[in-house]
Design a protein around this ligand. Structure first.
Ligand SMILES: *Cc1c(COP(=O)(O)O)cnc(C)c1O
Length: 418
């Protein structure tokens, strides 16, 4: 149960990703053992009742707590600078558990207008069923937050940078307003990771992650994490996690612990590759517009060095032409994979109008600025020259194809990557 975290406060984040929350193992195992067990035995009835009463430290049942999962919770909490962490089955499990633990009928929530699609669905449809009202506001101007706050506003939900246009929000400015109403500020930090942004330093009370993305980084787990004060995390664990039940499996925690060890080197390469891809796209004459926090005219520049310590590796761009042009380009890619999600070693690309944002009506898409030629790319860890070469041939092909209806396979030999 004891976590060897005495020195974590003095460590650099790169060290915490490897050593934070490490448990002392009786056999001296270097790597966190995988406690793949549903339950834990008690030596006596007295021990069992003492654990249930909270009078004795120790594990009871894996939905309530598990040593492998606990090591991950402590490590990510240390990275984010909070006292405690709670692991969940998915990123959406983290969003719903963290929000619903503090909300009840009649409460009001202020939410950034550009957020992950399922968070939007949760807040706009499910919350209404339980009498929780929500206002979506453009938080790039903090005045909009001030105007939306009410006496019953309990939480303010921020995602920055946000899908798909990489809009950034000044967390400190929003948190200062929320404080006047004693509302909790919760930040979805998935796109940045604690290595590039630690919202606690800007006044956030809770941080959530889709650990599916960069924290795990290897595309083989769907998982979430919540970080906050010891009291807040205890409440979440004992209510919305324990009783609604979207807790993390030990095996997923074990994989994420493995993935986390390389977070620092991965983020460095992700960011470097993405900057080069963004520069390439900006210089391409068939690219109408590029959305990336690293570009000189992006508002993110004002938050660099204070709130943000890197630009991340998600880029959106608009091609010239129409939806068919964009789809022709994507279908022609050979190295870059057509898939939603982000933060993996593989560079992933998707077409929001026909994929993540296809449930929107055309009018709603237009209002949200999601054009038919908008493309989102999560830049991976491959050699950047290979990523650039694949984009070059695919964009070139999209405009050279004389007959758009003709399938890509018939338009020439695919390039070989070796
Ligand atoms: C993927 C994602 C989520 C949801 O996480 P899951 O692990 O898929 O449930 C939430 N927020 C952001 C920003 C995401 O990218």
């Amino acid at each position: 149960m004891r976590n060897n975290n005495n020195h974590a406060s003095q460590w650099q984040p790169a060290t915490v990703t490897i050593h934070g929350g490490k448990r002392r193992d009786e056999h001296g195992a270097l790597v966190a053992p995988l406690y793949q067990t549903a339950t834990f035995s008690f030596e006596t009835t007295a021990q069992g009742s003492a654990r249930f009463a909270g009078e004795q430290e120790g594990y009871i049942y894996s939905r309530l707590g598990n040593p492998t999962v606990n090591e991950l919770e402590v490590r990510v909490a240390q990275l984010e600078g909070y006292a405690a962490g709670a692991a969940s089955a998915t990123g959406m499990g983290a969003v719903s558990a963290a929000m619903l633990a503090f909300l009840e009928q009649g409460d009001h929530v202020v939410v950034a207008d550009a957020i992950y699609g399922c968070s939007f669905a949760l807040f706009s449809h499910l919350f209404a069923k339980f009498g929780i009202s929500v206002d979506f506001v453009d938080m790039t101007d903090a005045n909009n937050v001030a105007a939306a706050m009410r006496s019953n506003t309990k939480m303010v939900f921020i995602e920055t940078p946000a899908n798909p246009h990489l809009k950034v929000i000044d967390i400190a400015a929003v948190a200062a307003i929320a404080e006047r109403y004693q509302a909790r500020v919760i930040v979805d930090n998935t796109f940045m990771t604690p290595l590039l942004q630690r919202p606690r330093e800007q006044g956030a009370h809770l941080v959530i992650h889709s650990a599916t993305k960069y924290l795990n980084g290897h595309g083989d787990v769907v998982a979430g994490l919540i970080c906050g004060s010891a009291e807040d995390i205890e409440l979440i664990k004992m209510t919305t996690l324990k009783d609604m039940g979207a807790t993390m499996s030990p095996h997923d925690a074990w994989l994420i612990l493995r993935g986390l060890k390389t977070l620092d080197v991965r983020m460095e390469r992700h960011c470097r590759n993405a900057m080069q891809v963004a520069d390439y796209l900006v210089g391409h004459k068939k690219v109408r517009r590029v959305y990336f926090p690293g570009l000189p005219d992006h508002p993110a520049q004002q938050l660099m060095g204070t709130q943000m310590h890197g630009y991340g590796a998600v880029i959106a761009f608009e091609l010239q032409g129409d939806q068919a042009t964009a789809q022709r380009m994507l279908d022609r890619l050979q190295l870059i994979t057509i898939a939603v999600s982000l933060g993996d070693a593989e560079t992933l690309i998707q077409h929001p109008a026909s994929m993540t944002h296809s449930p929107y009506t055309p009018e709603a898409r237009a209002k949200a600025g999601i054009s038919d030629t908008l493309v989102r790319i999560s830049v991976g860890l491959e050699a950047v020259d290979d990523i650039l070469r694949d984009l070059e041939q695919a964009i070139g092909f999209a405009y050279s194809a004389s007959d758009p209806a003709k399938p890509a396979e018939q338009q020439g030999e695919p390039l070989a990557y070796g």
